[in-house]
Design a protein around this ligand. Structure first.
Ligand SMILES: C[S@@+](CC[C@H](N)C(=O)[O-])C[C@H]1O[C@@H](n2cnc3c(N)ncnc32)[C@H](O)[C@@H]1O
Length: 327
């Protein structure tokens, strides 16, 4: 009953504030076409500090969520689990390697890709190379599965390339819709001035979820995110005419998610467009070069307007009396 009350019919989204297992266990078998998430990593983010799990406990908790996710996935549907590394003083633990056996024990799951999402920004490490990628394990339930790459094709490097011999000599060789994006995806993570940035420390970029929504679901399908954060998966689903459901423990994130989802349903959520090329700095700009002049570096910085994501967060939290954490 509590879960049904979270349904927003205008957006076709069920957002549950509470433990993900409560939501997942209330969902019927074979109801979702896509389960996509970035689980908590147990790496000490604010929302993980209440009780930090040991790695074994963490894996056991992930196993319960994964088992539910597989149960509620339709045959032919997809599960995408996006993870990075668990960083310890003794070394890093690649979480996709640790979690893979939890999926592999479901004999109807097939690993289709291990996608590397590469991004340019993050902490600069002093004692190892700075981490600049995360991994998405993409499984399908069974061998007959939905996959349509056409809506997410990307421009070829040489679209004007032609066949030089054979029956097609002189014709363009590439698909006119563009090429398959491959299994290394490069687009920005949601940091600093990214238009989608809210107060969440590790939001998905909407475009990451959109790629899967477009490739492995049809309009009207249900997309589930067990760890919804500030609702990025639901926003991507709503923007593309799919239904969504997900859970989140932190009340402030749920408030922000609701506000973002409402804007997405009205077509007013600003996102980084899925076809936007990576930003290349203007080589003549002050940021792209050093001219040795102290005066130039001492120039006062222009104050930027807050991103739409931060404005949404600020309004959503003010309405509930919560404080926006200082940047
Ligand atoms: C890596 S973040 C996901 C961020 C999300 N992809 C987004 O774009 O906002 C993981 C989220 O899971 C939430 N979480 C952790 N344990 C949970 C649980 N047992 N049930 C529901 N949510 C949980 C955390 O509060 C956190 O916001």
């Amino acid at each position: 009953m509590r879960i049904a009350a979270q349904w927003d019919p205008a957006a076709n989204v069920c957002l549950y504030r509470g433990d993900t297992l409560d939501l997942l266990r209330a969902m019927p078998d074979a109801s979702a076409q896509l389960v996509i998430t970035s689980p908590p990593y147990n790496i000490g983010k604010v929302y993980e500090r209440r009780r930090k799990l040991g790695l074994d406990e963490y894996v056991a908790a992930q196993r319960r969520v994964i088992d539910e996710a597989v149960r509620l996935l339709r045959p032919g549907g997809s599960i995408c689990w996006e993870v990075g590394n668990h960083v310890t003083p003794d070394g890093i633990v690649p979480l996709d390697v640790v979690l893979h056996p939890l999926f592999a024990r479901h004999t109807d799951l097939r690993l289709r890709n291990r996608i590397v999402w590469h991004f340019g920004h993050g902490l600069h490490c002093r004692s190892r190379f700075s981490g600049r990628y995360e991994v998405i394990l993409w499984f399908t339930k069974g061998d007959r599965y939905r996959f349509d790459v056409d809506p997410i094709r990307v421009p070829q490097k040489y679209p004007g390339k032609r066949a030089w011999k054979g029956a097609n000599a002189g014709a363009y060789t590439g698909n006119p819709l563009g090429k398959n994006p491959g299994d290394v995806w490069t687009f920005p993570n949601v940091k600093a001035n990214h238009v989608e940035k809210t107060i969440h420390p590790c939001q998905f970029p909407v475009e990451l979820v959109e790629r899967f929504v477009l490739a492995v679901t049809a309009p009207g399908d249900l997309v589930v995110d067990p760890f919804m954060g500030v609702g990025t998966t639901a926003c991507a689903a709503v923007l593309r005419g799919r239904r969504a459901a997900g859970a989140e423990l932190v009340a402030d994130y749920v408030r922000i998610a609701r506000a973002r989802i409402r804007l997405a349903a009205r077509g007013q959520l600003q996102t980084r467009p899925i076809d936007r090329p990576l930003h290349e700095p203007d080589p003549r700009s002050a940021l792209a070069r050093r001219d040795g002049s102290a005066a130039a570096s001492a120039r006062p910085r222009r104050k930027r307007a807050p991103t739409q994501g931060l404005r949404i967060a600020s309004l959503a939290l003010a309405a509930s009396g919560s404080q926006l954490p200082s940047a």
